[in-house]
Design a protein around this ligand. Structure first.
Ligand code: UDP
Ligand code: MN
Length: 841
């Protein structure tokens, strides 16, 4: 009985335990779910917080400011031994790895741990596939060369389920493109050409026939640049050009393929003719092995649902909307592997040609002779971080108009620039290439260029009647652009594999993002393609000097950055970037009052940040650029004057009270507006108001907090060592008192414009008597400027008058609290002064 009871009892207990466990399990599962979704929202919150923190954390000072581009010179293996681009790319990566330990992403000189840290918030999720899932298509040795080319170009619709589209991305208003097969046409082959020629008559007719190709010009060698008069762009003129362009470019086709107006001209036949002509032209183009520039690949990216390539074991789902970035490169396997400069390798001037090469240097301020030997469509190594090829971008990216402005550009570099865009851009995204000829003087840039470009229907040429300078030339290009995004490029660049989509993807994600590629270096002497160090961002130093700065390890770790994450940039270098066209105009484009060259990168950078946008460098997009030691073209006015005038315009409109820092760093002379006319700024100031842009202080605090920007050089009491008293203002004049921090009358600022200032009053020399007085501060007056803490030996603590020819110093008089200007004496303690706080030495 007892036993039965016991069993009954324990049965109850067991039943109770069972029921309890079931309930417990249910609770547990629910809790788990809650905690997962909690964790998700927590993660999201953390992201936002981190993002905000990231900005604050940049308050850490930049430890390394390199105004020269920090480059990684890579010897790709000496040419003969390297037969394919894959091999070169691998050599580059090997070199990178060597320098960066065993890192796989070319993370030079940085901790390997960075690779495995959690991804940075800012970057799209796709940038953060776990390392083991990253597949290097190029390193995949199992494929044949042909397959590799195909694979590199055909990976749409492959989406790892580890990858998510950024929320909200699809809500953007860009019109989706039709299915990709129809979008992808052969650039320059199925589209008809429209060229605007320099000849006003020729302008009237629309060129649809392929023109006869002319052999490589000789004339450009002899052409001499002449000074061209410069005048502001006439809006009417631009308008007229715009209309003309609208007329001549039938642009109804959403695929970007403009229909030829003559149906009888069979496209296929046309293609054939063009191809033949192109072959002819280029065959004669370079005896040294510059082969026919490769034709853009036909229909890349058509293998919908292609199997994932490589060793990724992740389950792959097909999701409409994104695809792996097209690593399209029709020069991937160039026919002449041994051509000069092929694969981006260094070229050498042959024996006996040194003089010629030297003589031609000035045509472009780089090795023009060598450039002319190198194939116009040479291959360059894929220098992207390895994960870039795996990244996903949206299927319905906006189209872009690529705008090249040029003045007297070297023929071969201009053409190489254009070919690199044609050969390495997904055709459906490349609406057109606009070449804006800023009134070049070289003959070869006229008819010969028209003729050459007529084989590429997407290329349009705009000729400016006056030399406008790069800023207004870009504006003229933008005015006729039909793409949704404007992509500005310099006319001596080489776009690398997969350069375009990562830029457009950022603009797609947020139309106020302005995306810049990593600017790599095409060596001016040997034309080699040199990859630059990772984690570079564009910054400025006073007086508005652009430079590169490497993110510190601390910044990288704190923001959990990988080498492929976008990098927020306080300022852009200026030459290469993509911007949403409408947004560009909303921002008021460039200040059209900027002349020729210089300062426009500052202007657009401040404008973008202060008026609600962002500037990013996108490491998965890389473009080589020839950095020249000198501008090879003439400035219609003096170069220095032009640049400083531009900068002064920028400072006056955007820098608020910080403009003193600009003037104070060597530009005092610009304060005198009777010496320099910086032009009318009303429109620019109005624009800033209209856009309700933030203050420069906001910009410094939020975008560039690691920049140290005290508003004055020194402040507080001014203590005289000999008298052991402080300078004070009493009844409108200067005298001395026992130092007292609480007295406002003893507080002075030593400003960037080198004034000793109390409110609106400045210490000023008085008459011939070498006395001193207080004068209203007028910034232009040189008499109000004082050197303090000057680098003059022995006069470090003295205050020297800047206005007198003799070296005169401020001296405290023993009698009657007087202050005078006296000849400077290094050891005289009455000439030694000290402010309470110094912000700069
Ligand atoms: N440019 C132009 N008009 C000018 C000055 C420059 O069209 O008056 C073009 C130039 O040919 C180049 C681009 O603007 O394609 C940028 O100029 P540059 O390369 O000299 O600038 P950098 O790279 O030295 O900053
Ligand atoms: Mn340039």
């Amino acid at each position: 009985m007892k036993i039965r009871r016991y069993f009954r009892g324990s049965g109850r207990v067991l039943a109770f335990v069972f029921v309890a466990s079931v309930i417990w399990l249910l609770f547990d599962m629910a809790a788990l779910r809650i905690s997962i979704s909690d964790a998700n929202s927590q993660l999201l919150k953390e992201r936002v917080v981190k993002e905000r923190e990231a900005v604050r954390q940049r308050a850490t000072r930049v430890t390394h400011v390199a105004f020269e581009h920090p480059v990684q010179k890579v010897d790709a293996g000496g040419g003969e031994g390297v037969q394919s681009l894959d091999e070169v790319a691998q050599v580059y990566r090997r070199q990178h790895r060597k320098q960066g330990g065993d890192q796989k992403q070319g993370l030079v000189g940085r901790s390997n741990a960075l690779r495995s840290v959690a991804p940075k918030q800012d970057a799209p999720q796709k940038d953060r596939l776990p390392a083991k899932k990253a597949v290097d298509l190029q390193a995949n040795g199992e494929r044949t060369q042909a397959e590799k080319v195909a694979v590199k170009a055909t990976l749409p619709g492959v989406v790892s389920n580890a990858t998510k589209v950024t929320p909200g991305a699809r809500d953007e208003k860009h019109a989706p493109l039709p299915p990709s097969k129809n979008n992808l046409h052969n650039v320059g082959v199925t589209v008809q050409a429209t060229l605007e020629s320099g000849d006003p008559k020729a302008k009237e007719k629309v060129e649809f026939e392929p023109k006869a190709m002319s052999p490589k010009p000789e004339s450009h060698v002899k052409a001499v640049a002449t000074r061209a008069a410069k005048a502001p762009a006439k809006p009417k003129d631009v308008e007229a050009r715009k209309e003309k362009a609208d007329e001549t470019l039938p642009g109804g086709d959403p695929n970007g393929a403009e229909e030829p107006p003559k149906p009888e001209d069979g496209v296929a036949k046309d293609v054939e003719t063009r191809k033949e002509k192109a072959d002819e032209t280029l065959a004669g183009d370079d005896p040294n092995g510059a082969e026919e520039p490769a034709k853009p690949a036909a229909e890349p990216g058509l293998r919908q649902g292609a199997a994932p390539v490589g060793n990724s074991s992740a389950a792959v789902t097909r999701k409409p909307g994104v695809h792996r970035v097209y690593s399209l490169d029709v020069t991937h396997a160039p026919r002449k592997a041994n051509a000069v400069g092929q694969f981006g390798q260094a070229a050498a001037v042959p024996h006996g040609k040194e003089d010629e090469s030297k003589k031609r240097w000035d045509e472009g301020h780089f090795n023009v002779y060598l450039s002319d030997q190198i194939p116009l469509d040479r291959a360059i190594p894929d220098t992207r971080p390895q994960t870039c090829g795996e990244n996903l971008v949206h299927d319905d990216l906006p189209t872009t108009s690529v705008i090249f402005c040029f003045v007297d550009e070297v023929w071969s570099t201009l053409l190489r620039s254009v070919h690199s865009v044609l050969n390495r851009s997904p055709p459906h995204l490349l609406k057109e290439i606009i070449l804006v000829d800023d009134c070049s003087t070289k003959d070869y840039l006229k008819k010969q260029l028209d003729d050459y470009m007529s084989q590429f229907p997407k290329v349009r040429i705009v000729r400016l009647k006056e030399r406008e300078g790069l800023i207004r030339a870009r504006l003229a290009g933008a005015a006729i652009a039909k793409g949704e995004v404007l992509t500005f490029l310099d006319s001596h660049i080489e776009c690398n594999v997969g350069w375009l989509e990562p830029l457009l993807d950022r603009v797609y994600l947020d139309r106020k993002k302005v995306a810049c590629p990593v600017i790599e270096v095409i060596n001016d002497k040997d034309m080699s393609y040199v990859l630059v160090d990772n984690f570079q961002r564009g910054i400025f130093k006073w007086p508005l000097v652009f430079g590169w700065s490497t993110l510190t390890d601390e910044q990288i770790k704190k923001n959990n950055m990988t080498v492929s994450d976008p990098i927020r940039c306080p300022v852009m270098a200026g030459g290469l970037f993509s911007i949403d066209k409408k947004y560009f105009y909303e921002l008021g484009a460039y200040d059209p009052g900027l002349d020729v060259w210089g300062g426009e990168n500052m202007e657009i950078s401040f404008k973008i940040w202060m008026c609600g946008g962002e500037i990013e460098i996108i490491p998965c997009s890389r473009v080589g650029h020839i950095f020249r030691g000198q501008n090879p073209y003439k400035f219609p006015k003096d170069r220095q004057k032009t640049v400083e005038r531009n900068l002064a315009r920028v400072a006056e409109v955007w820098l608020d009270e910080y403009k003193d820092l600009f003037y104070g760093h060597g530009y005092h002379h610009l304060l005198d507006k009777s010496v320099i006319d910086i032009g009318n700024l009303t429109e620019q100031v109005e624009l800033r108001k209209k856009l309700k842009c933030r203050s420069f202080k906001w910009y410094l605090d939020n975008v560039y907090p690691d920049m140290d920007t005290p508003l004055v050089k020194a402040e507080g009491l001014i203590f005289n060592r000999g008298l052991r008293k402080c300078l004070t203002v009493q009844k409108g004049s200067l005298s001395f008192e026992t130092c007292d921090l609480s007295k406002q009358s003893q507080h002075f600022n030593y400003t960037w414009t080198r004034h000793i200032r109390q409110q609106d009053l400045c210490v000023a020399p008085q008459g011939q008597q070498r006395g001193l007085t207080l004068d209203l501060c007028g910034k232009a007056k040189p008499s109000l400027r004082w050197f303090h803490k000057s680098s003059t030996p022995d006069l470090g603590e003295h205050i020297l008058s800047e206005s007198t020819l003799d070296r005169l110093c401020l001296e405290a008089g023993l009698i009657g609290a007087a202050i005078h200007l006296k000849d400077c004496e290094p050891n005289n303690a009455f000439q030694k002064w000290q402010f309470t706080h110094y912000y700069v030495q």
